[in-house]
Design a protein around this ligand. Structure first.
Ligand code: GAR
Length: 188
């Protein structure tokens, strides 16, 4: 599932394509009908589902649209790759310990409500932290509080803007996520 540029989504698909990760991506769900992730998915022939508060204004219809996709494909893992909305609780309960997320900070720092995307990096710089990074964790009902599976660290440099720091963290994310998926899947 993804919402934005989709570089994490693409990085994972590319690792599958290169034979580094023995997996198949069955579908992409996005809340954003015009995002880079959707374009990448279409280019790879991966089925895409646009499910949002706009496409499904009725909350019950929204939830069942998501569950319908899960029921259709019966996947082993659900990977959140830059998905910027909280998942409905019914999804989390449907796949306990089977949903992974990547977050652009060293959780538990800068997690939870309001901390997503560039806002995370703005907060890190405002706090004058000298270190930041990315975290892959299991998704639980409390946002960004699930069990941490792996982290990668980067320095925060004195002249960093949020955008420069975001790019440094993102580079680590691309390397961290597929490896963590591989290690986690091997234990299941
Ligand atoms: C990534 O930095 C990811 O960690 C972050 O959004 C960016 C998506 O980039 N995710 C969150 O903030 C989730 N709370 P991408 O679309 O290029 O993969």
């Amino acid at each position: 599932m993804a919402s934005g540029g989709g570089s994490n989504f693409k990085a994972i698909i590319d690792r599958i394509g290169e034979g580094d990760l023995d997996a198949q991506c069955k579908f992409l769900i996005s809340n954003n009908g015009n995002c880079g992730a959707m374009e990448h998915a279409r280019a790879y022939g991966i089925p895409v589902y646009h499910i949002s508060g706009k496409t499904h204004p009725d909350p019950a219809a929204y939830e069942s649209a998501m569950l319908d996709v899960l029921n259709l494909y019966n996947v082993d893992l659900l990977i959140l790759a830059g998905y910027m909305k909280a998942l409905p609780v019914c999804m989390i309960q449907r796949m306990p310990n089977r949903i992974l997320n990547i977050h652009p900070s060293l959780l538990p720092k800068y997690g939870g409500k309001g901390f997503w995307g560039i806002h995370v990096h703005e907060a890190v710089i405002a706090a004058h932290d000298t270190e930041s990074g990315a975290t892959v964790h299991l998704v639980s009902e409390e946002i960004d509080k699930g069990r941490i599976l792996a982290q990668a660290k980067v320095p925060v440099l004195p002249d960093d803007t949020p955008e420069v720091l975001a790019a440094r963290v993102l580079e680590q994310e691309h390397n961290l996520y597929w490896k963590t998926i591989k290690e986690y899947a091997a234990q299941l």
